[in-house]
Design a protein around this ligand. Structure first.
Ligand code: UDP
Length: 317
């Protein structure tokens, strides 16, 4: 189809990237999925191979990106995204947020494509304003262990706004809060896959610190809907997308034990350095501009995610 729109998703074989590839295909886009497979995996996209208009390109976007033909949108999702991953890959994390974003923006400029940056609630650091509105500038430790991710994403936002203002590139910035769902990597160290895996193994759930720190968890289907609406909006300043339903990590552990019916105990381990004490998105803007809000309850979303991990284990067994 000559008039079929075409998208590039960097990090397309990752957790969020793979869901976005699916959504774009469903919306009639041809999709170029690009990933260097450091933290992404072919298993996340193998069901898309053979789908008309879908291609996978193994490439590290910190190097010059070549894509022949038209591109209408670029969704820049390449980056390690779990604290364990970016602590183990600090230089790659800084490079993909800086050099990778530069290459992806350069491509957007050359193709006249709309560009959407995957940013993060981590730009708010350990926040002193709660919940966090987009107008808050954040409280980030640039030289702490999480600085490699936080500062890379803050730089990526600055670069995106510079391309928008100086080169007139049509840009969007989504600040993604904790998101969970199928295709998270079991060993990525994030709280959702970790607790679910521990519960399914009948092992203790490892709560860090006293578990009083809070997070607000959004199901991936809600996130993808929010991103889709933002992409199609005319809004070019950063926008929070996340679920404002906040809970402590200890409450979350108890919820996982209850839903899985596991007999697991809860144990306490040291809190990682600079672990934010609270986090909750203010989604007033997304409600107003996109008419968006999350629909999937934690109960339902977790049930679906647990099912995914159970099926994965059956296949691997
Ligand atoms: N956490 C925990 N046990 C784990 C993994 C994480 O208590 O096994 C805590 C972590 O310290 C943080 C919260 O759960 O307070 C969310 O951690 P995650 O790694 O998912 O992402 P973050 O929100 O910190 O970026």
């Amino acid at each position: 189809m000559a008039d079929q729109p075409r998208a590039l998703v960097t990090g397309g074989a990752g957790f969020l990237g793979s869901h976005l590839c699916e959504r774009l295909l469903a919306e009639g886009y041809a999709v170029v999925c690009m990933d260097n497979l450091i933290t992404g995996s072919v298993g996340n996209i193998e069901h898309l191979f053979g789908r008309e208009g879908f291609v996978f390109v193994k490439h590290d976007v910190t190097n010059y990106i070549h894509v022949a033909g038209r591109l209408d949108v670029i969704l820049h999702f390449a980056s390690p995204a779990s604290p364990i991953d970016y602590l183990q890959l600090p230089i790659q994390t800084l490079k993909v947020g800086s050099l990778g974003t530069h290459k992806a923006l350069g491509l957007a400029k050359a193709k006249g494509a709309r560009f959407l940056l995957a940013s993060t609630s981590e730009v708010y650091g350990d926040p002193q304003i709660h919940p966090q509105p987009e107008s808050y500038w954040g409280n980030v430790n640039p030289v702490g262990p999480r600085g490699v991710y936080d500062e890379a994403k803050r730089f990526a936002e600055a670069l995106t706004m510079a391309y928008h203002r100086f080169h007139d590139v049509d840009t969007r910035i989504v600040r993604i809060f904790n998101t969970y769902g199928p295709r998270m990597r079991a060993g990525d160290g994030r709280v959702v896959p970790t607790f679910i895996t521990q519960a399914l193994d009948g092992k203790p759930l490892t709560v860090f610190g006293d578990g009083s720190q809070t997070r607000s968890f959004c199901h991936v289907d809600d996130l993808v809907e929010g991103i889709w609406r933002l992409l199609n909006s005319e809004y070019s300043d950063p926008m929070n997308i996340g679920n404002p339903a906040e809970m402590t990590v200890l409450q979350f552990a108890e919820e996982i034990v209850r839903i899985t019916g596991a007999g697991s105990e809860i144990t306490f381990e040291p809190l990682p350095e600079d672990d934010p004490k609270v986090r909750q998105p203010d989604i007033t803007l997304a409600r107003k501009v996109l008419g968006w809000e999350p629909r999937v309850s934690l109960e339902e979303g977790l049930a679906r995610t647990i099912l995914y991990f159970e099926e994965l284990r059956r296949r691997q067994a």
